[in-house]
Design a protein around this ligand. Sequence first.
Ligand code: HEM
Length: 310
Amino acid sequence: MVLPSILGSAFVHNYPDTAADIFTIDESFYKFMMDLPSWIPITGMRESSNARDRVKRSMGELHAAISATDRGELLPGGSNGPCDAKLLSEIREEVAPYATSGWAKGVSGAEPSLKLDSAGIRHETPLLQSAMLEAMRLYTLSTSYKYINNDFAVEESEVDKLVRANGGRLATESNTDSLRHSSRSYKLRKGDILCVPLGLQQRDPRYWEDESSFNARRFLIQNNGPHSKQDEPEYSVDYTQTHPWGVGATKCRGIKFSHEEVLNIAVAVLICWDIVPADPAAGWEHPRWLPAGGTAIPKADLRVKLRRRI
Ligand code: HEM
């Protein structure tokens, strides 16, 4: 059984049917892929759907427990970036030359159509890309695992020492004199596995001004300095400050593909749809986040209405 070593023996104790449930889900895998509803009278569908609900619930609780014990923090929500009307119109204007929408003849008459110029989107949309990076900074919680090849020691940095001395918060040097000489060092041994929670850096106030706020322009670099070249674009995007695709030798192998995919999908959604709150009186109430790993998960459903723009 691999489950205890991956998920912990407490998890297996609390949810002893998880392995069986996973096999029950697998039996209806293709039906789920076809998006068939759970009430459809096909043998095994209801059982698989119930098993899927149980696994989703238990995994949610596992994430909550890991986060609470290992990190001791809940994720702040950040501001409501996606409903900034001015930003939305600026991004739509920026991407408009690379997205041609209209009507095309389809099998059942005229159908809405959208053509994307992926290369144009990749090279000419700094604001969209900065906003994408900012969304990834706030809402991805990637973890990088490193296998230690040789013994070595890591010394605590000065700034980490100050933060530790001040109970995990930023501190000035003056109130931490007593800890000046208590530097910690961590010995890493060959064969150990090191876990780097990149999401922590992404929300650390030592690296980010107003770290919980969504600032779509955070990663823009203005290029009109005295040394800028004539044909240089006005803005470029700084991809070096945040690492949602991981770091080092195990860095994501799908960066180029997923980068392009995310940008294209974002452009398609922004061009094709207006998104408004389902309940206009409630407005854009941020549901906050569940503690989770990988990707931030909203605490509650956020119901919206999509209105077609083409
Ligand atoms: C926005 C989408 C994606 C994000 C944020 C993402 C993020 C990550 C992260 C954080 C890692 C671990 C990196 C580390 O250990 O430092 C990883 C690994 C990996 N990703 Fe992605 N990924 C994405 C999409 C994809 C796609 C579309 C593919 C394949 C087509 C892919 C293939 C891989 C592979 C093969 C690894 C393992 C690399 C290794 O261990 O050598 N990823 N990804």
